[in-house]
Design a binder for this molecule. Sequence first.
Ligand code: HEM
Length: 149
Amino acid sequence: MRYAWQDGAVTAAADSGQPSTTFFELVGGEPTFRKLVDEFYAGVATDPVLRPMYPEEDLGPAADRLRLFLMQYWGGPNTYSSQRGHPRLRMRHAPFRIGAVERDAWLHHMRRAVDRLDLSPEASAALWDYLERAAYFMVNVMEDPAGPA
Ligand code: HEM
C-alpha cells in the first residue's frame, strides 16, 4: 500500500481504485497540525533569538498561518492559499534575517513539537525530513564559516 505522499504521484488510488489517503488524513487531520504548531509556538514564545523576530505582539495569527500552510502542503484544505495567496515562502521570509542560529532555533522547537505527536516512525520521519529541508531552504544570509576577520 502506498500513500499519495510517498514517491510523489504514486497514490493508493492508482493501486486500488479507492480514493487516495493524504498524509494530512493519515496523521489525524487538523487536530494534529494544531498540536504541532501550538507546541512549536509555545517554544518560540520563550526563545530569545526567535521571539523578537515576530512582528506581532500576539503569536496567535502567526500560528494560524503556519498551521494552515502545513495542512495545505500535506494535502488538507487549501485555506492558506485562499487567505494568503501563493505561499512564496522564501520571499515572505526575506524581511527576516535567517542564518544558521535562527534556523537551528526554529528546528529545535519544531523537533520537540514533532516528538510530542503520536505519529508512526515513518510518518514522523517524513514530516521531519520536510521541515528540516524547508528550514535550510529559508536561510537567507551568507555566513563565513571562519567567522569575522
Ligand atoms: C528557518 C527558520 C525560520 C524562521 C526564523 C522563521 C520565521 C518566521 C517569521 C518571523 C515569520 C513572520 C510571522 C508571521 O507574521 O507569520 C514567519 C512566517 C511564516 N513562516 Fe517562517 N520561519 C522559518 C522557517 C519556516 C519554515 C521551514 C516554514 C515552512 C515549512 C515556515 C513557514 C512560515 C509561514 C507559512 C509563515 C506565514 C507566511 C505568510 O502567510 O505571511 N517558516 N516565519
